[in-house]
Write a protein that binds this ligand. Structure first.
Ligand SMILES: Cc1cc2nc3c(=O)[nH]c(=O)nc-3n(C[C@H](O)[C@H](O)[C@H](O)COP(=O)(O)O)c2cc1C
Length: 177
């Protein structure tokens, strides 16, 4: 099975998760291509059977480089008529979409749009979205105070070892399906 591990990480939290996904996919015996999105690149999504796509949440949405990449790919696949009316499923094609988020103001609600947004390209292309993961990630930089004073309480150091272990187990589990 060909696996794509695509992620955007501005401050390193999602990168920890993406590395753990890579470890787990390899451990499960599959090939994986890990790509950190820095700028818009051309990607042949349909060449992959299983796609993990994740980003930190920024103002309720994925980070800008991920947004721009998904927009470009949407245009490309719409033009190529690979996005078909009613989005028929493509047998054997599956995806997991996830974010790391701080939820400082409204908790997980302010991360939902990011994951829903990212999932739409894959769903439109006919991938089955197997799962959506919301992984807590501390705030870095100017918003650090939200890591202790926000809706989720004290989230310093997240994602921590326990979070990453859970990611590992979930990847192994979902690849068994
Ligand atoms: C400028 C800024 C804006 C953020 N906006 C949100 C947000 O809208 N919702 C949320 O849940 N978390 C928000 N966060 C928290 C990040 O999503 C969280 O720390 C995430 O793990 C960062 O991922 P990264 O380090 O991979 O970029 C924000 C963080 C920063 C620094």
């Amino acid at each position: 099975m060909k696996v794509l591990n695509l992620y955007y990480s501005a401050t390193g939290n999602t990168e920890k998760v993406a590395k753990q996904i890579e470890n787990a996919v390899l451990k499960a015996g599959h090939d994986v291509e890990t790509i950190r999105v820095l700028k818009t690149i051309d990607l042949d999504l349909l060449a992959y059977d299983f796609i993990f796509a994740g980003s930190g949440v920024y103002a309720w949405l994925p980070g800008k480089p991920m947004l721009e990449l998904l927009e470009k790919l949407r245009e490309k696949y719409a033009q190529a008529k690979e996005i078909k009316p009613a989005s028929p499923r493509r047998p054997g094609k599956k995806a997991v979409v996830y974010c790391t988020f701080g939820g400082g103001h409204t908790g997980v609600n302010e991360a939902l749009p990011a994951v829903k947004y990212m999932g739409q390209l894959f769903d439109h292309l006919g991938y089955e979205i197997m799962s959506e993961w919301y992984i807590v990630g501390e705030f870095h930089g100017k918003l650090q105070h939200l890591s202790t004073g926000g809706r989720l309480g004290n989230i310093q150091g997240r994602p921590n070892e326990a979070d990453l272990q859970e990611v590992f187990e979930k990847v192994v589990g979902i690849l068994r399906v």
